[in-house]
Design a protein around this ligand. Structure first.
Ligand code: IMP
Ligand code: MG
Length: 183
């Protein structure tokens, strides 16, 4: 693989995550929250975000997979992944969401299919409030109208890795967000 170009540095990520944490702290002042991370991509973002939130807070995790034939990594890199829009829950949360302030934490909003599905599913459990925090957002790829409530960075339509995001399960441990060249 050709060398990866840094799109967002670890310093810029840290600064923005602390701003998002401060905003959440302010918005939920005096209340408690549950951060629900979408595995695996959001794990690193959630762990940093949580340490920047000064509130009574708990974690939970969910995992999803999409139906349909996942393309090869090379194909996914070239044109993204146009799934059927059907998302399957492979791991549910461990606690009740009823009357809780829930913040869904995702690595990146792309077509919006995953988050739309998850919001609908969790909303049915009658949380007190339901918000979406996403480190990255590729608005130009959206297929369903969806806006994050706490968004770190809007980025162009590039395939990115690092800080939790993968290419064929690799590069999640890079400290910076990098662009994978499409050749
Ligand atoms: P959506 O349902 O299309 O919004 O899917 C979002 C999911 O697609 C993310 O949670 C990532 O797993 C994956 N994804 C989208 N864009 C990228 C990218 O640039 N790099 C790595 N994963 C991505
Ligand atoms: Mg993901």
């Amino acid at each position: 693989m050709a060398e990866l170009k840094v799109l967002i540095s670890r310093q810029d990520i840290a600064k923005r995550v602390s701003e998002l944490g401060a905003q959440i702290t302010k918005d939920f002042s005096g209340e408690s929250i549950i951060l629900v991370g979408v595995l695996k991509g959001a794990a690193i973002f959630l762990s940093d975000l949580a340490r920047n939130v000064d509130l009574d807070s708990t974690f939970d995790f969910i995992a999803v997979s999409s139906y349909g034939n996942r393309p090869s990594p090379t194909q996914e890199l070239k044109s993204g992944w146009d799934s059927t829009g059907e998302v399957k829950l492979t791991k549910d949360v461990d606690q009740s969401m009823k009357n809780k302030n829930v913040i869904l934490v995702e690595d990146i909003l792309d077509t919006g299919l995953t988050m739309t599905y998850l919001k609908k599913m969790l909303f049915a459990r009658q949380p007190r409030s339901l918000k979406v925090a996403a480190l990255l957002d590729k608005p130009s790829r959206r297929k369903l109208p969806l806006e994050g409530d706490y968004v770190g960075f809007k980025i162009p339509d590039e395939f990115v890795v690092g800080y939790g995001l993968d290419y064929a399960e690799k590069y999640r441990n890079l400290a910076d967000i990098c662009i994978v060249p499409r050749e």
